[in-house]
Ligand binder design. Structure first.
Ligand code: SF4
Length: 348
C-alpha cells in the first residue's frame, strides 16, 4: 500500500492562480510556465494521489488532455512520482521573509542642480549598513567628483552600488571603471545607441537606449523586468516589492520612500535618516502594501514576480490602486497590443 507512487510537486514549483489563467513559478530555476486554471486546480487538489487515481476522477474523453498535462509537468520537472512512504522527506519551503538590514535599498538622485553633502550622506548610509545603494545621475557630474563619491563608498559599510549614469564621459572604459570600484554590482549606462548587457568581474554592465532624466522615468511594468526567484517571491508575500525597506534622497535632498512619491519626511540637511526611520509609522505602512492588497494586481498571476510601483498609480487618492504604467489586464490575460486586449478600466 505505502509503496505505491504518488504525484508530488517539486517544492520550488509554486502554482499561482490569476483571474483568467495561472502560472507555475519555478523559483529554483528562475523560470515560469503559464498554465490554464484547470491545471492549477489539479495541482491544488490532486497531488498525493497516484496517476490512476487522478485519471479515475475524469471521464474517458478527458484522459487525452490529462495525459498531455502530465507529460508537460514531468518533462519540465514540475512534478515527480514519489513512493508514498517517502513523501514526508520532501517538505514544503518556508516562504516567510526576513532581513538583517534595516534598509535593503537606498536611492540617491543627483542632477546638475543637486547640492548634496555626499560625505555626510554616505556616512549616514554606512552607519545604517545599507545593502544596496542606487546612485542615479540624471545629468553628468564631473568625473573627478563621481570617483570621489565611489571611493568613499568603497570604504563604507554599504554592500553594493548600482550606478545609473548617462553615456557622456569621454573615453570612458566601463570595464576599467568596475575593476577600480569593486562595490559596483550593476553599471547602467543610458542613452546608448543599442541595448547591450555583459558581465565584467563582479558587475553587470548594461548599455540601454532608455533615457533616465528624472525620477519620473521609473515605475515601468514589463515582462522583461519580472523577477521569478525565491527571495523576491518570499518578500512579495507580505511586503511591497518596490518600497519595502527602502528610503531615498531625491535630487533636492528631500527624504522620501521613493524619489517619485509626493510625501517628504524632511530634508537631509536638517533630518537624520535614523531619526526619520524611527518616527515614520506611515513609511512602514507603505512597506507592507503587498500585491495581495492592491486592486487588480491581487487577481493577477504575475503578482509575486512583478515589481510594484506606488508612485504612479491609476487612482492617486487610493494608495491601493493598480500601477498606472501597467499595460496588462489579468481578467482577459492580455497585454496591450495583443488581440483581445481590453483596458481594465473599460470593464468596470
Ligand atoms: S496587474 Fe499588477 S501584478 Fe499584474 S502585471 Fe500589472 S502591475 Fe504587475
Amino acid at each position: 500500500m505505502g509503496k505505491s507512487k504518488v504525484l508530488k510537486l517539486f517544492a520550488c514549483c509554486v502554482p499561482v492562480k490569476g483571474s483568467a489563467r495561472s502560472i507555475i513559478y519555478d523559483l529554483q530555476r528562475r523560470r515560469y510556465f503559464i498554465i490554464p486554471n484547470a491545471l492549477y486546480d489539479i495541482l491544488q487538489t490532486e497531488m498525493g494521489k497516484t496517476i490512476d487515481e487522478i485519471k479515475g476522477i475524469y471521464s474517458a474523453d478527458e484522459h487525452e488532455i490529462f495525459d498531455r498535462y502530465l507529460r508537460f509537468l514531468i518533462d519540465n520537472e514540475i512534478v515527480f512520482e514519489c513512493a508514498e512512504d517517502y513523501v514526508h522527506l520532501f517538505p514544503s519551503i518556508d516562504f516567510s521573509w526576513e532581513s538583517a538590514f534595516v534598509l535593503e535599498n537606498f536611492i540617491l538622485d543627483i542632477d546638475e542642480f543637486s547640492n548634496h553633502d555626499f560625505a555626510y550622506i554616505i556616512n549616514e548610509l554606512s552607519d545604517l549598513n545599507v545593502r544596496v545603494l542606487q546612485l542615479r545621475l540624471f545629468s553628468q557630474i564631473a568625473k573627478k567628483q563621481l570617483d570621489q563619491i565611489l571611493r568613499q563608498i568603497t570604504g563604507s559599510n554599504i554592500r553594493t552600488v548600482e550606478l545609473v549614469m548617462p553615456l557622456s564621459y569621454l573615453e570612458f572604459d566601463s570595464a576599467c571603471f568596475v575593476e577600480e570600484f569593486t562595490k559596483i554590482s550593476n553599471l547602467i549606462i543610458y542613452g546608448a545607441e543599442e541595448d547591450v548587457i555583459h558581465s565584467h568581474k563582479q558587475a553587470n554592465i548594461v548599455y540601454t537606449k532608455a533615457i533616465v532624466r528624472s525620477e519620473k522615468d521609473c515605475g515601468l511594468v514589463e515582462q522583461d523586468l519580472f523577477s521569478c526567484n525565491l527571495k523576491f517571491f518570499c518578500e512579495a508575500q507580505q511586503f511591497n516589492t518596490c518600497l519595502n525597506r527602502k528610503l531615498a534622497i531625491d535630487k533636492h535632498g528631500e527624504i522620501r520612500n521613493c524619489p517619485a512619491m509626493k510625501d517628504s519626511y524632511g530634508n537631509i540637511k536638517s533630518h537624520s535618516l535614523r531619526a526619520v526611520l524611527k518616527k515614520m509609522a506611515e513609511l512602514k505602512t507603505n512597506w507592507s502594501i503587498c500585491k495581495d492588497k492592491i486592486s487588480v494586481c491581487k487577481d493577477c498571476e504575475y503578482r509575486y514576480m512583478c515589481h510594484d510601483c506606488r508612485a504612479f498609480i491609476t487612482n492617486p487618492s487610493d494608495k491601493y490602486s493598480q500601477p498606472a504604467k501597467c499595460d496588462y489586464n489579468p481578467y482577459v490575460a492580455k497585454w496591450k497590443g495583443e488581440k483581445g486586449f481590453i483596458p481594465v478600466e473599460d470593464m468596470k
